[in-house]
Design a protein around this ligand. Structure first.
Ligand code: ADP
Ligand code: ZN
Length: 613
């Protein structure tokens, strides 16, 4: 049977999904479970994990049971499958008992190929109906939830450990996008599937442009953010902040400037949160200002950018959060702000956490990332122990390499000011002294009589802030977290002060390197996409309107109708007939039938008004 597996799998891929080839390791994972073996699939967000169990479900007799931790995720996948004409359903607590019973009846009747269910519900009910149906596969989505090491541990997932014993003949596939090594290694052992084969692809997300901006004041940050949003008109994005209050402040400031934004954090009442989430998925709200509470369950494929208005606490969190952008493989942008104040806040979080030394270490690694003057993607992937041996060309460092200069004298000025205040001041006061500020506080303490007063007035406050941050990062100065965040000079700092060591720093440039990098068109993954004319922006926007109208009428999220990538293909190929439409990337049988009319008429209308193009 397995000899002809590949052509059968490809036929299903074309017919339902409208794709012509597999992503790396998809077919291998499919083959593994089709041969009755267990599998662990580790792929980044957007890597195409869902197909790894959906295609076996379509190729096998019986029903595949998909275990998923969140209602939102189940709904999203079931909607997406149904839109492709694949019989999928879920039983869950948001549906009436009557409806859930009906679903089970359908499963008994062999009419459902994929059944989505939560772990607790599965284990409570499976004995009742397992004798009535043939289970072809258990797919455990978000499998990292089983590990206590991870950030999403869910106690109910631990019950899944009994599946292997209870269903010896049914293969198990565990899937996750977690990049956290401890967690990954834990999954197979927690699930009791020691013989599972591992399918792990690169965790690189080449379509996400990486940018870091350091040390800008609150007002400038807002300016950079609004400029950024303006240059991404009509796109969806997420702005993460550390504190709940900041998400609300950000949302209301953006709203007052006319942007379509809303706040989301764990302190909000559930209906309010659900409303924001749904509106975002449906493209009714373009921008969500959120704490990290917003994320899991956001399967929206057309999130085009993610901004961190504060530095996140470690690289794992950062990578997961930026990973919510560009799931469809189209260009996306990550922009992170990084400041002295963030470092101080995060250090105190880390120090007061149960695992101070581990968390301090992790914090240091993300600081290194933020300060890095080598390709950011290299820094990230090396953190995840992945080999990546070239510069990416899609990060701010690659596009605008930082300039280094001899900063010995500059450091000496700052160090001297710190010493002369007796180690009794924090970073703002030190900068005020250096810049010769006439603030009453500075004058009242007599700092205006210090020899260092005003020696650094040539540099702006943000520039000083950036240099002090680099000095902190390099261990030239230290912050006394237990003593009002006062600055201290380290032994290394003293050597510089005495003139026995030199220091190089990266030049601060406010508008130069920062936030200029943006998504460059990356080589598309699908062969079909190459050598095509570029998409016309206006046509793309019109197709988005067509998509939105269909989505509203059918009460599904727009990206369920088509991803941005498919719209891009339509905008390039400009199909005007059913025939032309049906062969396109991402357009399977069912979607051809459902959508060829509205999309080809949108194309025709566009061509009529643009004859000659
Ligand atoms: P994950 O679950 O790993 O985040 P998905 O399964 O949601 O990823 O896939 C991400 C996107 O890539 C989806 O839009 C999906 O339809 C698309 N995709 C998956 N496999 C392929 C493929 N072989 N060819 C083209 N597109 C694919
Ligand atoms: Zn790079």
């Amino acid at each position: 049977m397995n000899n002809d597996l590949k052509p059968r799998a490809l036929a299903v891929l074309r017919r339902f999904y409208g794709y012509d080839s597999f992503y790396p390791l998809q077919f291998e994972a499919i083959q593994c479970v089709m041969q009755g073996n267990d599998a662990v699939v580790l792929m980044p967000t957007g890597g195409g994990k869902s197909l790894c169990f959906q295609i076996p479900a379509l190729l096998s007799d019986g029903c595949t049971i998909v275990i998923s931790p969140l209602l939102a995720l189940m709904k999203d996948q079931v909607d997406a499958l149904q839109a492709m004409g694949i019989p999928a359903a879920s039983v869950n607590s948001s549906q009436t008992d009557g409806y859930n019973r009906e679903v089970i009846e359908q499963v008994y009747a062999g009419r459902i190929k994929l059944l989505y269910i939560s772990p607790e519900r599965l284990l409570a009910e499976v004995e009742q109906w397992s004798s009535m149906i043939k289970i072809s596969l258990f797919a455990i989505d978000e499998a990292h939830c089983i590990s206590q090491w991870g950030h999403d541990f869910r106690p109910e997932y631990t019950q899944l450990a009994s599946l292997r014993q209870r269903f010896p003949g049914v293969p198990i596939m565990a899937l996750t996008a977690t990049a956290d090594r401890l967690t990954r290694d834990d999954i197979a052992s927690q699930l009791n599937i020691p013989d599972a084969r591992l399918f792990m692809t690169s965790f690189d997300r080449p379509n996400i442009a990486l940018n870091v901006v350091s040390n800008v004041s609150g007002n400038d940050k807002l300016k950079i953010i609004t400029r950024f949003i303006d240059s991404h008109k009509g796109e969806s994005g997420i702005i993460y902040s550390l504190r709940r209050a900041d998400t609300e402040k950000m949302a209301s400031r953006l709203q007052s400037l006319g942007y379509n934004a809303a706040a989301f954090h764990a302190g909000m009442p559930t209906p309010g949160k659900e409303q924001v989430q749904t509106a975002f998925l449906n493209d009714d709200i373009a921008i969500v200002c959120a704490t990290i509470a917003f994320g899991m369950g956001i399967n929206k494929s057309n999130v085009r950018w993610v901004i961190h208005s504060n530095m996140p606490k470690n690289i794992e969190c950062y990578y997961q959060e930026i990973g919510r952008a560009g799931r469809d493989g189209m260009p996306a942008t990550a922009l992170m702000f990084y400041s002295f104040a963030d470092v101080i806040t995060l250090r105190s979080f880390a120090q007061n956490s149960g695992l101070a030394s581990v968390n301090m270490n992790k914090l240091q690694r993300i600081q290194q990332y933020a300060e890095s003057d080598v390709c950011r993607r290299r820094t990230l992937l090396s953190y995840f122990n992945e080999r990546y041996e070239h510069d990416c060309g899609n990060c701010d460092v690659c596009l605008n390499p930082p300039e280094r200069f001899d900063a010995t004298v500059l450091c000496q000025m700052a160090l001297s000011a710190i010493v002369r205040t007796g180690g009794k001041e924090g970073v703002s006061a030190i900068i005020d002294i250096l810049r010769g500020s006439a603030k009453t506080d500075i004058v009242a303490k007599g700092y205006n009589t210090l020899r260092t007063y005003g020696v650094g007035r040539d540099l702006s406050f943000p520039a000083w802030n950036a240099y002090m941050l680099q000095m902190l990062q390099m261990g030239i100065i230290d912050v006394a977290y237990d003593d009002y965040n006062h600055l201290r000079v380290t032994a290394y700092g003293w050597e510089i002060l005495k003139g026995t060591r030199q220091v190089m720093l990266s030049k601060f440039s406010y508008s130069g390197r920062q936030a200029t990098a943006d998504a460059k068109e990356k080589k598309p993954r699908q062969g079909q996409l190459q050598n095509m004319p570029p998409a016309d922006k206006e046509l793309f926007e019109r197709l988005k309107e067509t998509r939105l109208a269909i989505a509203r009428a059918q009460r599904v999220a727009p990206y369920i109708v088509f991803s941005d990538k498919v719209l891009d293909v339509i905008a390039r190929y400009r199909p005007t007939t059913r025939e032309e439409f049906s062969g396109l990337y991402g357009v399977g049988e069912k979607k051809t039938e459902m959508y060829w009319r509205p999309f080809t008429s949108a194309v025709r209308a566009y061509l009529e008004t643009h004859s000659g193009k």
